[in-house]
Design a protein around this ligand. Sequence first.
Ligand SMILES: Cc1cc2nc3c(=O)[nH]c(=O)nc-3n(C[C@H](O)[C@H](O)[C@H](O)COP(=O)(O)OP(=O)(O)OC[C@H]3O[C@@H](n4cnc5c(N)ncnc54)[C@H](O)[C@@H]3O)c2cc1C
Length: 580
Amino acid sequence: MGDSTCLTFSKGASKMERIMRRTVIGAIAGVVASVPLIAALGHIPGVLLLGAALGAAYAVLTDPTPDAYLDNMFTAGAYGVPLWAVISVIALPLLSGQMPEWSADQMRSHFPGLVGWVLYGITLGLCMQFFSDMATRFFGPEASPQTKDTTPRKRIVILGGGFAGMKVAECLERELEKNPSVSISLVSENNALLFTPMLAEVAGSSLEPSHISTPLRSSLHRTEFVRGRVTAVDTENRKVMLDPGMTGAESCQRELTYDHLVFALGAVSNYLGLSNVQKLAFDFKSLIDAIRIRNHVIEMFERADRERDTEARKPLLTFVVAGGGFAGVELAGALNDFAHGILADYPNLGAKDVRVVLVHSRDRILPELSESLGRYAQKSMEIRGVEFRLNTRLTDAREGVVVLSDGEIPTETLVWTAGTAPNPLAKALPFEKDKRGALIVGQDLSVAGHPGVWAVGDCAAVVDAKSGKPCPPTAQFALREAATLARNIQATLEGHTTKGFHFNSLGALCVVGHQTACAELTVPFAREKALRFSGLLAWFMWRSIYLGKLPGLERKIRVLVDWTVELFFPKDIVQTIDLR
Ligand SMILES: Cc1cc2nc3c(=O)[nH]c(=O)nc-3n(C[C@H](O)[C@H](O)[C@H](O)COP(=O)(O)OP(=O)(O)OC[C@H]3O[C@@H](n4cnc5c(N)ncnc54)[C@H](O)[C@@H]3O)c2cc1C
């Protein structure tokens, strides 16, 4: 009893100590970084206070990595843009009794503020890294919970290397830093984490495919990475079965044993029983899907360019996307930009030949956003030539034809984004599932009745512990669920009680093509209110927020270079795979 109380106390104390230390470092860095902001905004005391508060918040929310100067500089610098939009463009005018304005003149007057905020972010990132390294040098590393190494070695196996699986591993590495009695393994079909928010940009030829994927091996330090496909789980004997792979050799590792098992296998496309559609449509979930779509579009242009019969050319240059959610809308916008962007390379083809059609079963696209933003997105895409078939169901497909509830569209290209289902592996497991097939978990993300089994992300049916509402299958939630799950595994290993998962959405962003986006950000402490942005400002926010979130400095730089090249040069039409 005495031992465990002591452990709880020291754990709580070290957490407080960590927060205090980061708050002080962040606040000092924030004050130093406020200098360029003062030059841009004036109001010395107010700006210093704001700078210190934001610096402290940034420091508490990010985990320090020794000598990561460039990474910190880029990440904090990228956050300067949304800070500028929310504080300089919206909050400050509102506080002084004026309505925010987006006119060109107003935006020009806000430009020095934008420079000030980006410089603030860059300086904050650099100073925070410097002060944090200095603190480690003079006061030692941050306090972390200590455990006695008396327990037998425990093995944690994570299935899936997407947002959830990767985050669980990262958090466990940190939480169990001082506990060598635990081993962590991560099994995934792919050896890299795919940053799905930028997938449409790969299909639209704006980004190089490998630039939005982060290698799992180089991101994880203590975790053993196993590249393999999970085929079954033997819950009685606590074993995970792996596909022997192409060679099928006996010597190949075929199973892993576990004490704690985390399901983070994500979701797959759900064709709602439309078998012809499944056969003929492109999926849009993986990197290879995006590469295939891009190469297929180029192939269609090459064939259309040789085709003299205008009627036969039509289906070649008609691109149908099924589903008006984020993935479908972003893809339709990106394909439309891509198709119009490469026309200059095909002298026999004109803008009137190209058709991008989005089919959606409801009366408006982007149901996740407010109605006004959904309508705005539709209008700005229509202006750029995208056609919408709303209140329309895709019912079947044949070679060269997509069948809708109210007619047919001759096309050689159909992309399906209209439905997803949890990973089918879950079906075969002896756990409770919801009607979509997602693993039902308790508030602490554990699978009821199976100690040591946990599920997270798109393959789990998670209910928020405070609001009681189901959590949406998004990366935003998967990442937060993963952090809670890692803490709960640690708590279980140490004999403490687990905590329920709670997270308030930060909002949503969607790019609709041609430097236009929609953004709806939740207002902290007033959750029923939302800040709405659209157009170029929202597009700028989308790019800076997601660039900040893209894991790894090297990937950030590569993406930034791709975006810069795209500003000055036409879209690339080199075919990288042969689909014939
Ligand atoms: C085009 C697109 C755009 C999106 N945009 C956004 C966005 O802007 N914001 C947002 O919050 N969310 C977005 N999402 C949703 C987001 O990608 C998912 O919610 C998130 O990826 C879920 O994380 P996860 O770890 O549960 O699953 P995933 O990220 O899908 O990871 C699952 C992992 O399991 C592996 N796996 C699957 N089966 C097996 C097996 N049998 N054996 C071994 N490994 C296996 C996969 O290879 C993968 O690594 C988008 C999704 C798509 C498709």
